[in-house]
Design a binder for this molecule. Structure first.
Ligand SMILES: *Cc1c(COP(=O)(O)O)cnc(C)c1O
Length: 457
């Protein structure tokens, strides 16, 4: 199928253009931490695909006509109906963002001493499990560990390990199985329908509820259509509906595949669990017909959910990621294979072999992309996942040193991505010139957001 992005720019936002000297100054002032950079010093912002998508004229028109009634607003019914058509779940609760959905659901399902098991818990997801005194266990499939392997579903959960856990001595402590689609913490790789079905069956056989963390349900559906036997003729909506139907419910940030600046939801089949979540929601987020969201957010989501399952949109978006992956490879930069959709993960460890893990090659490459081209992205390596001693020296490195380039929805054109590839190519010509970094200051909790670093020349 030949495709093109099925939308055009109607209103545009100016991109800051900076000099290298300005960027050097801005990055030093930010303590060499991209989270501290003011956005007006960033040209191409690939920090996240969350809440950064471009909204459509249809979304803005709906937002302008939103109904702000406290209870039972029209906007809520449009939100609920869009989600019901998509998921089939009878119980749907709006929540302001994904991590709040996690908190509300998990506090009704887990408690101290219980276990949450996942293909990979996202960082806030893990934090919400641990804040309850419960334990978060990741069981990614074996192929996940091989960055170069072209296996189509490296986001899968390890079914044998799940079975062993459920029927082993800790089995009785398992409070939920949570399947993240696509597997964000696991390189953005998809989960197959066969894996979802088998994991759900195992969980049910042990009386454990199983949920999706469905932030990228549409992108997972698209990759299933491309890669899994028996799905080529289905629509993204059909595949997503089938995935939701395999499990007992979901939490989902709508800042990703809702293509909305803000929003999330909890979907459930069990009325009793839904009632407990609703009570918690009303006490902590908002009434059940707005859940901490403004009415215009509910309406943007209702439209965004229709736009995101358009196969032309998904084909163009997947094509964009695949093209940038190819360009990176041609420039001599390896990425985690096969490319997914929402982000590319650059193998910084391999590009910068002169830097040991304790000099944080992923962070070095991310800083270099900013200094050379005003491109902002984030390290996923020892800085984020490694363990440090009291002097902030690295004790245990992460298994990989990666940089995540997240691709916001409908925001950048091929021209922007060509520029990103050119900058990457410039860096890859003289990788040994890229300096390492050391930690100057690191808080104990959520350290990657608040670190201060310095280059080591
Ligand atoms: C973004 C994300 C979340 C958290 O959602 P927020 O809306 O950012 O709070 C949870 N899980 C996954 C897989 C995500 O990508």
């Amino acid at each position: 199928m030949r495709t093109f992005p099925p939308y055009r720019s109607q209103v545009v936002a100016e991109i800051p253009v900076t000099t290298r000297a300005e960027r050097e100054q801005a990055l030093a002032a930010a303590g060499y931490n991209a989270f501290n950079l003011p956005a007006n010093k960033v040209s191409i912002d690939l920090l996240t695909d969350s809440g950064t998508g471009a909204v459509s004229t249809a979304q803005e028109a709906a937002a302008a006509a939103a109904d702000r009634s406290y209870a039972g607003s029209d906007s809520f019914y449009r939100f609920r109906d869009a989600l019901r058509e998509l998921t089939g779940y009878p119980h749907l609760l709006p929540v302001h963002q994904g991590r709040a959905a996690e908190r509300v659901l998990f506090s009704s399902v887990l408690e101290s001493g219980r276990i949450s098991v996942s293909n990979t818990h996202f960082d806030t997801t893990r934090a919400n499990v641990e804040l309850l005194g419960a334990e978060a266990i990741d069981l990614p499939c074996a192929e996940f560990g091989d960055l170069d392997s072209l296996e189509p579903f490296k986001g899968n959960i390890d079914l044998d390990a799940l079975e062993r856990l459920l029927s082993g001595p800790d089995g009785a402590r398992v409070g939920q199985v949570l399947l993240t689609i696509t597997n964000n913490g696991g390189g953005g790789q998809p989960v197959s329908m066969a894996n979802l079905a088998a994991a759900a069956k195992l969980a049910r056989a042990h009386g454990v509820p199983v949920f999706l963390d469905a932030a990228r349900f549409a992108e997972n559906a698209w990759l299933v259509i491309q890669r899994e036997a028996g799905y080529a003729d289905k629509t993204p909506r059909e595949v997503a509906r089938e995935a939701f139907g395999l499990v007992d419910g979901c939490v989902a940030s709508l800042k990703k595949d809702g293509i909305a600046p803000m929003g999330a939801f909890i979907g459930l089949t069990d009325p009793e669990l839904a009632q407990r979540c609703e009570t918690n929601l009303i006490a902590t987020e908002g009434f059940r017909t707005y859940g901490g969201l403004a009415a215009h957010d509910l309406d943007r989501v209702a439209k965004g959910l229709q736009e995101v399952v358009d196969p032309h949109y998904l084909a163009a978006r997947a094509g964009e990621a695949a093209r940038l992956a190819r360009q990176a490879n041609e420039a001599g930069v390896d990425i985690v294979q096969p490319p997914g959709i929402h982000a590319l993960y650059l193998n910084a460890g391999r590009l910068l072999p002169h830097l040991t893990a304790s000099r944080f090659p992923g962070h070095s490459l991310a800083c270099e992309l900013y200094l050379a081209g005003g491109i902002r992205c984030v390290e996923l390596g020892s800085l984020y996942l490694g363990t440090l001693d009291e002097q902030n020296e690295l004790i245990t490195p992460a298994p990989f040193e990666l940089v995540r380039m997240a691709l916001p929805r409908r925001v950048y054109t091929q021209g922007h991505y060509d520029y990103v590839a050119e900058i990457l190519g410039d860096i890859a010509k003289n990788p040994e010139q890229v300096p390492g970094y050391r930690i100057v200051e690191a808080p104990k909790i959520l350290r990657h957001f608040n670190l201060r670093m310095a280059p080591v020349h």
